[in-house]
Design a protein around this ligand. Structure first.
Ligand code: NAD
Ligand code: ZN
Length: 405
């Protein structure tokens, strides 16, 4: 038996934010990040609409990018004081993910972070509150997914919490929120969405319900991401939908080792003063993983189908895969994303000398690879790498060398 779960309602299109006016409840806590939603006037709108719906509203602001376990615990405390029956999270993946984890702790105060990380092991939520997610970036699709990514900074590791219990009740996908994204954020989040769709399509958990969503998302991202990056606002709107479709696919089909590697390299060099931003990590690793996974015959055929839908040409699967890799790399060039960690600057842009020195990378390689193998996304990857292969793959991602194993 398989399960396919999405939010009960997805409000989409310009003005979708107004759906908040129809919510029924007594108290809503609004969780958000560092200020982009306030500056854009969206936070005020959310507050106004919820008040119009007759609710008392409290704000929990300042959730940082790549949110920490500590922030989750603080937010849950605010929730237990205020006792909301609606949790409304607005912003990028970070504040929405943090709010999802806060929700678990609010409903079950005894739960530890370790408990939360047991894959598909959460108790029933919604005994106290329902959850609405409003995305302002076009990438993570956390507004429709069963995932939340929280960083344990004491270990430098990002942990995915995975359970359909945290699939939001309501998603609001209003493209106006994405208009204020700076170009770099468009690039990174857009390639995150592309990775979601490609990984979902070749995942071992793919199915008839997820395939059309993944393929249509890939087609839309091919058509619109670079245009959106170059400030075409119609394409920006289309990308907001495309990333959500990719999310519907991967929330049910799961992901693969591009994400395992991104999760385990993201914060592990934080002591050097920077993160490898999630979407940029995916963008760099995806072409390498396509080459690695293509040794699996089913994955190979499926990448071939993706290349066909993208009209890349090629007369057999080997040629199609080569063209797909070339195309993804060209997208990175068009979006000013580096190809490898050794050229990943502290600001996420290509640099002659990346912020991760070779000796430190090699010193930490064994542990990063071991952690990536243990990541929740590894199980559904079409080809299971050994420790040695994972290390080799990560080296290809560091030096930008070809994957020939
Ligand atoms: N839950 C999931 O299914 C899932 C999937 C993929 C990634 N993630 C996680 O999500 C996080 C990344 O989320 P993200 O890429 O959406 O970025 P983010 O939420 O970390 O935000 C990045 C920055 O962009 C700003 N920002 C957000 N929206 C903006 C807008 N419209 N205009 C201007 N600035 C804006 C934020 O204030 C922040 O400074 C990572 O922790 C990643 O691991 C989660
Ligand atoms: Zn992702």
């Amino acid at each position: 038996m398989s399960r396919f779960t999405l939010p009960r309602d997805i409000y989409h299109g310009k003005g979708a934010l107004e759906a908040l006016k129809t919510f029924e409840g007594k108290r809503a806590i609004v969780c958000t990040g560092g200020g982009s939603m306030k500056r854009g006037g969206f936070l005020q709108k959310v507050e106004d609409y919820l008040k119009e719906a007759g609710m008392e509203v409290e704000l929990f602001e300042g959730i940082e990018p790549d949110p920490s376990v500590e922030t989750v615990m603080k937010g849950a405390e605010a929730m237990s004081k205020f006792q909301p029956d609606w949790i409304v999270a607005i912003g990028g993946g970070s504040p929405i993910d943090a709010a999802k984890a806060m929700w678990i702790k609010y409903e079950y105060p005894e739960t530890t972070f370790e408990d939360m990380c047991k894959v598909f092991g959460l108790p029933k939520l919604r005994t106290k509150a329902k959850f609405c997610a409003i995305s302002s970036t076009s990438g993570t699709a956390t507004e429709v997914t069963a995932f939340s990514i929280i960083t344990d900074y004491s270990k430098g590791i990002k942990y995915p919490i995975a359970d359909f219990e945290i699939t939001p009740d309501v998603a609001i996908v209003d493209p106006e929120l994405a208009h204020t994204m700076p170009k770099k954020l468009v690039a990174h989040t857009g390639m995150d969405a592309m990775t979601h769709a490609v990984e979902a399509y070749v995942s071992t958990a793919n199915c008839d319900y997820t395939d059309p969503l993944a393929i249509h998302a890939i087609e839309m991202i091919q058509e619109h991401l670079v245009k959106s990056y170059n400030e075409d606002m119609d394409s920006r709107d289309a990308m907001h939908n495309a990333q959500c479709l990719a999310g519907m696919a991967f929330s049910n089909a799961l992901l693969g080792i591009v994400h395992s590697m991104a999760h385990k390299t993201g914060a592990v060099f934080a002591d050097l003063g920077a993160h490898i931003i999630h979407g940029a990590a995916n963008a760099m690793y995806l072409p390498k993983v396509v080459a690695f996974n293509a040794k699996d015959p089913v994955a190979k055929q499926r990448y071939g189908v993706i290349a066909d839908y993208m009209h890349l040409g090629g007369s057999n699967d080997d040629e199609k895969i080569e063209l797909l890799i070339k195309y993804l790399r060209k997208m990175n060039d068009d979006l000013n994303i580096p190809h490898s960690i050794n050229h990943y600057g502290p600001d996420g842009l290509p640099a002659d000398q990346g912020f991760v020195p070779e000796d430190i990378f090699l010193e930490r390689l064994h542990d990063i690879a071991a952690n990536a193998l243990l990541d929740a996304c590894t199980g559904s990857n079409p080809r299971q790498p050994s420790q040695e292969e994972m290390e080799k793959l990560l080296k290809c991602c560091y030096y930008d060398t070809d994957v020939d194993f």
